[in-house]
Design a protein around this ligand. Structure first.
Ligand SMILES: Cc1cc2nc3c(=O)[nH]c(=O)nc-3n(C[C@H](O)[C@H](O)[C@H](O)COP(=O)(O)OP(=O)(O)OC[C@H]3O[C@@H](n4cnc5c(N)ncnc54)[C@H](O)[C@@H]3O)c2cc1C
Length: 429
């Protein structure tokens, strides 16, 4: 299968955990530390659940509005020009010493590190329908009856779709009672195949919602088919996903899970398989934006360190205050044999900023344009080799490249060897 993309760090999921991981892998703190080639897979809207209306960041004595964390992360994603692949990941599998991420559309990407940050379930465009076509269980148990009643009322007599899993069984009596009280039927969208008796059940996930008033059109997809169902609204049972996440990605059998099906990770957000990391809700309770954000930062740095060490044989000097002198490779491995220069940021403003405030040499502008002319991120080989850059002072060239690396405009990396591209047994030696 053709390789659609090659990354140092691939992040699956664009919620607060995934965005924080991607931003950190690209913007690592440290004097001269190098950002890596990073991407995010997200079929829905960036920001995950943290971008929804009722979201609050709370401490005992303060609260911040919902867009504080995702808003800032989205800005960083833009400034750093991190590519978003708007497809769901369907499978993460070993490929030599690396990992392959295969999307639902069949595209295959290779990555040295993969951060799993899929939250409790895959989202679609439901954020913009929240409070109208979509109701969610998110308050304490004492509010449940009111929430379910409101979901039935909002359907204006059309069916209610309840999306959940086998844990939804505990709400069945309540659903049946309120359905008959409100004289509104309901159907069940099952994520794990569980079917409540006597209720029409549709296997799959909600992939898209269209419409401005009931009936709305829900696109429901599963492995075999995609159906459009008209309904008055959807009630999403988050309690069931908190007990058992809906993981829509095929993961390696030997990846360690918790008893509840969450992905197990250590304090550095490393999974039991080298090169796989996990952050946020997918790792289990407690479910909070601040926790997902912190986890993402940690996972991003761990994923960076792994991908860097795989290439250059020593850990990167990620923090200016870490004791690094003498026991690590240089932060910017420009002289490493086989290294190629890869553009990370293609935005004109970012390059203009790099040139402003200093006397810019003509060839620097030409070189910047040459790099930016590669929007697919294909590397420019042999740049650090002075003989390939006749007429330029090698020290000046190196100085310019180091500055661009520091500004996260380019990185110096080793291409993933061709033999890694055939999915096969992992060999992490
Ligand atoms: C209704 C509700 C209200 C909440 N209120 C608060 C609150 O007020 N304060 C608070 O701190 N926390 C709150 N939380 C918890 C908080 O929202 C989560 O802990 C946080 O969003 C988790 O971040 P995450 O990145 O791990 O997951 P998510 O935010 O769920 O993001 C995961 C992302 O991964 C994507 N994804 C899933 N599968 C795939 C795939 N196969 N391929 C690619 N992408 C995929 C999803 O589409 C999603 O965008 C609330 C949660 C809910 C459900």
């Amino acid at each position: 299968m053709k390789i659609a993309g090659e990354w140092d760090v691939a992040v699956v999921g664009g919620g607060p955990a995934g965005l924080a991981a991607a931003v950190r892998a690209r913007w690592v703190k440290g004097h001269g530390a190098m950002g890596l080639k990073t991407c995010v897979f997200e079929p829905g809207e960036l920001g995950g659940i943290a971008g929804w209306k009722p979201m609050m960041l709370t401490g005992p004595s303060w609260r911040e509005k919902e867009d504080v964390v995702p808003g800032r992360l989205l800005k960083d994603m833009q400034v750093l020009d991190i590519p978003v692949i708007a497809e769901a990941a369907a499978e993460v599998a070993p490929a030599g010493n690396c990992w392959s991420v295969i999307t639902g559309g069949g595209a295959r990407h290779l990555a040295r590190s993969v951060v799993l940050a899929m939250g409790l379930r895959r989202l679609c465009n439901e954020r913009r329908h929240f409070g109208r076509a979509v109701t969610v269980f998110f308050k304490g148990a004492e509010h449940l009856e009111d929430l379910i009643r409101r979901a039935f009322v909002m359907c204006e007599g059309k069916d209610l779709l309840v999306a959940g899993a086998r844990e939804t069984a505990m709400f069945l009596p309540l659903l049946h009672r309120l359905s008959s009280e409100q004289d509104t039927p309901w159907r069940f969208v099952t994520l794990d195949g569980w079917r409540p008796g006597g209720v029409e059940t549709i296997p799959g996930v909600i992939e898209r919602i269209d419409g401005v008033h009931p009936p709305y059109r829900f696109v429901i997809g599963n492995e075999w088919e995609r159906r459009i169902i008209e309904a008055g609204g959807a009630l999403i049972d988050y309690f069931s996903f908190e007990r058992r996440p809906e993981i829509s990605v095929r993961l390696p059998d030997d990846l360690l899970r918790t008893d509840s099906g969450h992905v197990a990770a250590d304090r550095l957000n490393r999974c039991n398989l080298p090169g796989l990391f996990a952050a946020g809700d997918i790792t289990g309770p407690y479910y909070a934006v601040t926790r997902a954000f912190g986890d993402g930062v940690c996972a991003g740095l761990s994923a960076h360190a792994h991908a860097y060490e795989m290439q250059f044989g020593a850990p990167p000097p990620l923090f200016a205050y870490a004791v690094t002198k003498g026991d690590v490779s240089p932060a910017v491995p420009l002289n490493h044999p086989g290294v190629v220069i890869t553009p990370l940021n293609l935005k004109a403003e970012a390059w203009d900023e790099a040139q402003s405030g200093r006397r810019s040499r003509q060839w620097e502008g030409d070189l910047a344009n040459l790099l930016r002319a590669r929007p697919d991120g294909t590397p420019l080989a042999a740049l650090p080799n002075p003989s390939a850059n006749a007429g330029r002072n090698p020290d000046e060239l190196r100085e310019a490249l180091e500055r661009w690396i520091e500004l996260r405009l380019i990185c110096a990396r080793l291409p993933i060897p061709a033999e890694e591209s055939g999915a096969g047994e992992r060999n992490h030696g």
